[in-house]
Each structure stands twice: as structure tokens, then as C-alpha cells.
Design a protein around this ligand. Structure first.
Ligand SMILES: [Zn+2]
Length: 456
């Protein structure tokens, strides 16, 4: 088995709706065959943003695709201007503009692709990826801003994914380094998912989906240096990683294989920026930095579990929990919509944990913890190795190094409250419910990260 053969093997999984994946040098020309192979292709909506994408050598990517499509049908360019967010208004605008098309072709990066998946509304959707920036291209989900909160929403598989290595080489290096950062989440997210299944919160645990990319963790660390220097082979491998990761989320029916606590921290930082109308950092770069801190938190709580020292899990009353959630998020908007959105999800998590008697499940798991240690060994990675991979790629290791850095207070706020935003269970939930989620634990993890040249 190899990463390349796994990609094709899993693409053929009956749950996966992608009919074709083209990754490599000159892959852009595949767009012609893909469109010709569709049963309908007369009216083509070309969904783009205002960013100018140039491939290695200087060719303009959007113009190249537009020219190609012009030979195949009537092309309507749907351009979303400004700094594009996948909010309700933008998604509705794109959907309306694509309404009369037979096929939607999206040329852009992650957010645009998320919008395209909704706007295509079940029609053929070809995605031309402009950077190896995130893992959200090859799945049937979109991260949308709903009431100001980042929510993963079921949307639709792209029919075909085209990743031209020349286009990736021409992308800003920090975008491809962000893609590596997004993949770095494989070193903590599957462990959070495993934990969620242990406490009965996630019945969809699927070891195959959890290990699909994780089993190539060593290879990811090896290509980090090449990603940093925009080496074409390393970028192609990174694109394969991101695609396989997207497919693993599609097969799992949820983002859990690649989205744990490190993603909730990143989402909260974005939400804080949005509420202050300041720019976000690149998603994957932020996720990579957060992953180091989460790996340290995992190490600390895992030690307690291994020693049988974890305090009993206690579930707060709904009344107390609502006060906690609202006090964490009330500042974000004048009408409390964000806090209400978070409480809606958190209250479901709490009810579920109560229904399955999560405290008892944790106590039972601790009686034979060594078997879980073995499973976690295969899923987690040392904070040191994670920092080395980020550094090899020239990616940020500190929140202050992000191109839109977060203030230390915001980072501490995001870490402290990340477990309150959604209906998922991560290491932060276990630490919180066992009484370990103290300012000292968060500060201790950040100072350990600082010793590694990471964290704040
Ligand atoms: Zn991500």
C-alpha cells in the first residue's frame, strides 16, 4: 500500500462521490476531458474570487481555465469580490448566480470551494485547486459561518478535483505551508475522536478512517522541508495527503478524522477576529500552531490516565453550564447570537454525556487503560516532532508568527473555552469535566510549548 494507491482505492469507496482526481504536472488540461465526459455541460458557471493566481512560469490560472471552458460551452464568470467568507449572504449570492448553469467550475482555495459545493446544489462540480492550503477540497462538507459561528455543514462532493503541481508551485509558499499545518492535525485529532468514542459521544468511530492519513505520519514529516522550498514532488504529495484526508472525512461522515481540539481553538480565534472585524490567519497555519499545544495537553492528561490519577468526571447542571457558555461568548456580539449558537450545541453534548453515563464510561475505561495506551500510541505524536515538522516547512510554530497574529489573551481565551463551542468531545472536555481544566494547566502547556519555540 502507498499513499498514491490508497487515494484511488478510497476514492472508489461507495460513499465517496468524487468521480475523478487529477494531481500532477499539467493536470489542468484534464479539465477539458472532465467537462466533455459530463452528460450536460452547455452552460458553465465559473466561480472565482478576486485573487490573481499564477502558476510557476507566470501563466494566469483563471484565464487559462476560462479559455479552456470557452471551447466547451457558454461560460458565466461568477466572481465574489473582497475578502470572501462563507457566510449566509455570500453563499446565497453565489448560489443564485450559479442557478442557471449545468455545471459549476470552482477555481480557488478552501473557502471558495466550500461555497462552490453549496452553490453547485447537486449539479456536476469541478474544483480546480489553487493551493495545497487545506484538506477541505475532497469531501462533501463545507465550513460555513452560521450566526457568526463556524459550522461544518453537509454540502456535496465535487465531481472532479484537479490539482496541477505547477499551480501549487506558483501559489504563495505560506498557503502550501498552511496545508502542511492543516495535515499536522492528524497528530492530535484522531486521538480526540478515539476519546469521544470512549465516552460514548461518538458511535461513528471508524479506525480505518482515523488511520487513513495518520499511518503516513512519518512521510508527512519527511516532506515538510520540500513543502517549505516549494519542491514540486513534495507539493504533489502534500496535495495527495490533503485529498486523502478530505476523503477520510467523507467516509467517516464527519470531520473528526482531521478535526479535534486544535480545530476548535482555530475556529474560536477566527470567531474572535470576526467579531472585532480583524483579519484571520490562514486556517492551516493556525491549526498547525494549535496542534503543538494540544499535543502537550494530551501528554499531560494522558500521564494522569496512565497513572490512574485522573479525577472522577462530573457533569455540570444545565443551568451552570449555560452560564459558563454564555459568559465565554456573550462579548462577541450585541444580541448574544454566538453564545446561543454555542449553547445549542453544548447543551446537546451535555445531555448526551448524561444519557450514556459518561462518568461511568471513563471510570470503566481507566480500569484497563493500558489497551487504550496502545491505541493512542498509534494516533498521537510527540510535541517535539510536530514542532520540527512545522519548522522544517518554514511554517509558524507560534501564534505570534502567524501573518495575522493573535493576541496572547485571545489565544488563552480560545484554549480555555474551545470545549464550549460544539457538540464534540476532545481532550479539553475530559480535562474540564475531571476538574483539571485550570488556568494553570493552560499556562503550563503554553510554557512547555515556549520551551520548544512554540505556543504564544
Ligand atoms: Zn482544517
Amino acid at each position: 500500500m502507498s499513499l498514491e494507491s490508497d487515494l484511488e482505492r478510497y476514492r472508489l469507496n461507495p460513499t465517496v462521490g468524487i468521480e475523478r482526481i487529477d494531481i500532477g504536472t499539467g493536470a489542468l488540461s484534464a479539465v477539458r476531458k472532465i467537462i466533455q465526459g459530463l452528460s450536460v455541460h452547455g452552460r458553465i458557471a465559473l466561480l472565482v474570487d478576486a485573487v490573481e493566481y499564477r502558476a510557476a512560469g507566470g501563466a494566469l490560472v483563471k484565464s487559462q481555465v476560462e479559455e479552456l471552458l470557452g471551447e466547451l460551452g457558454v461560460v458565466t464568470r461568477v466572481q465574489l469580490d473582497g475578502d470572501v467568507h462563507a457566510d449566509e449572504h455570500t453563499v446565497a449570492t453565489a448560489t443564485e448566480a450559479c442557478r442557471s448553469a449545468d455545471v459549476v467550475v470552482t477555481v480557488g482555495s478552501g473557502t471558495l470551494c466550500d461555497i462552490g459545493k453549496v452553490a453547485a446544489a447537486g449539479r456536476p462540480h469541478v474544483v480546480v485547486q489553487t493551493a495545497a492550503s487545506v484538506n477541505g477540497f475532497a469531501d462533501d462538507q463545507s465550513v460555513l459561518l452560521i450566526n457568526g459561528v463556524k459550522r461544518t455543514t453537509h454540502s456535496g462532493w465535487p465531481t472532479a478535483l484537479v490539482v496541477d503541481t505547477g499551480v501549487l508551485e506558483g501559489a504563495p509558499p505560506l498557503l502550501n505551508r498552511s496545508g502542511l499545518g492543516d495535515m499536522i492535525s492528524m497528530f492530535t485529532a484522531p486521538a480526540d475522536w478515539y476519546l469521544a468514542s470512549l465516552v460514548g459521544l461518538d458511535r461513528g468511530w471508524n479506525v480505518e478512517a482515523a488511520r487513513m492519513t495518520r499511518r503516513y505520519g512519518g512521510r508527512l514529516r519527511q516532506i515538510a522541508r520540500g513543502v517549505g522550498s516549494s519542491d514540486p514532488d513534495a507539493l504533489a504529495t502534500l496535495a495527495e495527503f490533503l485529498t486523502l484526508s478530505g476523503i477520510s472525512m467523507g467516509i467517516a461522515g464527519q470531520t473528526s478524522p482531521s478535526s479535534g481540539m486544535e480545530h476548535t481553538v482555530s475556529h474560536l480565534l477566527d470567531m474572535a477576529n470576526n467579531s472585532r472585524h480583524t483579519a484571520n490567519a490562514h486556517h492551516g497555519a493556525q491549526v498547525g500552531v494549535a496542534t503543538v499545544v494540544v499535543a502537550i495537553l494530551w501528554k499531560r492528561i494522558r500521564q494522569k490516565l496512565a497513572d490512574g490519577r485522573l479525577e472522577p468526571v462530573l457533569l455540570p447542571s444545565a443551568l451552570d453550564a449555560e452560564v459558563t457558555v454564555r459568559s465565554a461568548f456573550d462579548w462577541m456580539d450585541p444580541d448574544g447570537a454566538t453564545a446561543t449558537e454555542c449553547w445549542t450545541d453544548y447543551s446537546q453534548k451535555l445531555e448526551h454525556l448524561r444519557a450514556v453515563d459518561a462518568p461511568e464510561l471513563v471510570a470503566a475505561a481507566m480500569t484497563h487503560w493500558s489497551s487504550h495506551e496502545t491505541a493512542l500510541d498509534d494516533l498521537l505524536e510527540s510535541p517535539e516532532n510536530i514542532v520540527t515538522a512545522l519548522r522544517d516547512a518554514g511554517a509558524p510554530t507560534r501564534f505570534s508568527e502567524l501573518e495575522n497574529p493573535s493576541e496572547p489573551d485571545d489565544v488563552v481565551w480560545a484554549l480555555t473555552n474551545c470545549h464550549l463551542m460544539r457538540n464534540r468531545f476532545t481532550i479539553a472536555d475530559l480535562a474540564y469535566l475531571s476538574g483539571n481544566w485550570t488556568p494553570e494547566l493552560v499556562a503550563g502547556a503554553l510554557s512547555e510549548a515556549a520551551e520548544l519555540g512554540a505556543g504564544l
